[in-house]
Design a protein around this ligand. Sequence first.
Ligand SMILES: [Fe+2]
Ligand SMILES: [Fe+2]
Length: 151
Amino acid sequence: MHTSTQPMDWSDSLLVGHAGMDCEHQAFMHCVNAMLTAGDAHFSEALQAMAEHLAEHFALEERLIDEHRFPAGACHAEEHAKVRASVREVQALVAAGDIEIGRELAQALIDWFPGHAEQMDSALATWVARKTLGGAPVVLRRDLRALAPSA
Ligand SMILES: [Fe+2]
Ligand SMILES: [Fe+2]
């Protein structure tokens, strides 16, 4: 059985207004899409790349949480820890030959990400901007419809 999963598309609605976090979020999208397109022989490499990406991505956010004493930081870091634990668990299963569960993880990450970015990450970005700039971040979202070729 092979689950068919649509690649994750970038949408500027995912921008949180912190350059470092926005950059990590685009990297997340590339890693998750690489998991979707990897053949079975290369799947564990794609999963390893995701694990390494998440370590960096979450470390950046957790550093911001600590540095700026973000009040909801414990809850945010706890969600990261759950994702890290699932990835580790799935890595062991994939290493034992269960590639399908790795593909299910890619789908689960795609489902999880927008909610986390829109709530927890964007709240953190707003907090950091208030602490450092004295205001909410200005997020310039392109009008994606304007960029689409006209039919
Ligand atoms: Fe994030
Ligand atoms: Fe986060």
